[in-house]
Design a protein. Structure first.
Length: 394
């Protein structure tokens, strides 16, 4: 059994044992669900809760006496992989945000081989273009957006590199035919089902090398996740799309403006929840989908109108926004206290999902490594799975 499998078999029962901590809908809670944690959580002010959210190490230290086994998992650190020698921006990379360019450069620093390259879900093909220049290999970039393909093709022609685009939906059978045995396939931040297809197609084709940084685990077609690996399917975990969002709640600190917007969004969501309970006469949480963030630039009445329309509820002729916002203020601290505990499990759950993918590849006779390819300041989605059919040669 590999070291990755050992870690997976430790994590599976731990997550199942503590599912009452993290498999919750915080907005559905009207009181703290953990009597043992109530004294420490109730003593925290909102400022203290916000500070702990931005300093996860302090949150771990605070809760360690009650969840020592979970906190210990945070000491498991996959190896740190290579970083780019520099982050100089060539002329063709102008317009790529600094953090994104750092991710691309760091990802590319870990890619090597003597095979043509397939770039999965490529956008304009920035990663593929860099690999074509660095490795002098032919690159095929799959992207469904025709406009992005045209822009990428124009850049490739200007640079006179062997970089072609295949304009197609990655979820169609046509995309699977792009995989070949003598090939190196890469996917930087492919979301949900897109990166699951990447792994399945690559394994089915016997592709020589795969390199994947997963993102957005919750973007799957069904309500519940079907593990890739045999070990994952045997585990006593049933993960909903809501559960799969948990690892994504860790973000790079975005400054005061981002904190203010998060505060407003939480308050308005809670205020609408109080409003909808009154309108429906049901004391039950009614979830709202993701919404355009420009809504937060208006007032609560505008947000409530959008939410009522989205949920098919009658908008009150006279909306006493202050009343609903006051009720939200009372609940906001409760939500933050619950989230403080749930967020202990962001890393263990993401690690479980990564290991499920790694074990699937091992089951397909790949040699697999897992590590972090870029710094946390660039993105929290910084894990890189690399799989080789044979020991790689440099």
């Amino acid at each position: 059994m590999s070291e990755l499998a050992d870690q997976f078999h430790f994590l599976s029962p731990l997550l199942a044992r503590h599912c009452g901590d993290w498999q919750r809908l915080p907005f559905a809670c009207r009181a703290l669900p953990w009597p043992d944690l109530a004294p420490v959580l109730d003593a925290l002010s909102e400022d203290e809760l916000d500070t702990l959210e931005e300093n996860p190490a302090d949150a771990l230290a605070l809760l360690a006496p009650w969840r020592s086994d979970v906190v210990a998992v945070h000491d498991w650190h996959p190896g740190e992989l290579k970083r780019a020698a520099d982050y100089a921006t060539p002329r063709w990379s102008s317009g790529i945000p600094g953090r994104k360019w750092a991710q691309i450069r760091d990802f590319a620093a870990n890619i090597y081989g003597n095979h043509p390259i397939l770039e999965w879900c490529a956008g304009k093909g920035h990663l593929g273009r860099l690999l074509a220049l660095q490795q002098q290999q032919a690159v095929t970039s799959l992207e469904w957006n025709a406009d992005l393909c045209r822009q990428g093709e124009n850049l490739a022609e200007r640079l006179q590199i062997d970089h072609r685009f295949h304009c197609a939906d990655a979820l169609t059978p046509e995309a699977a035919r792009l995989f070949a045995p003598a090939q190196l396939a890469v996917a930087l931040h492919a979301c949900g089902e897109l990166h699951l297809r990447f792994l399945r197609h690559g394994a089915a084709a016997g592709t020589q090398a795969l390199a994947l940084s997963p993102c957005c685990y919750h973007l799957i077609p069904g309500e519940y996740y079907t593990p890739l690996s045999a070990a994952g399917r045997q585990a006593d975990l049933r993960l909903s799309r809501h559960d799969l969002r948990l690892p994504l709640q860790q973000q790079v600190t975005g400054g005061e403006r981002v904190r203010r917007l998060r505060h407003t969004e939480l308050t308005w969501r809670l205020a609408f929840d109080e409003l909808q309970r009154a309108l429906t006469g049901k004391d039950a949480y009614l979830p709202l989908p993701t919404f355009p963030k420009q809504l937060l630039n208006g007032d609560f009445a505008g947000f409530a109108h959008w939410a009522c329309e989205r949920k098919g509820l009658p908008m009150p002729a006279q909306l006493n926004g202050s009343h609903w916002l006051a009720l939200a203020d009372a609940r906001r601290l409760l939500i933050k206290r619950i989230e403080l505990v749930r967020h202990l499990y962001r890393y263990p759950l993401e690690l479980w999902l990564l290991l499920d993918r790694a074990l699937f590849l091992e089951e397909q006779s790949y040699r697999v490594t897992l590590g972090t390819f870029t710094d946390m300041a660039n993105t929290p989605r910084r894990f890189l799975l690399q799989a080789h059919k044979n020991p790689p040669t440099r």
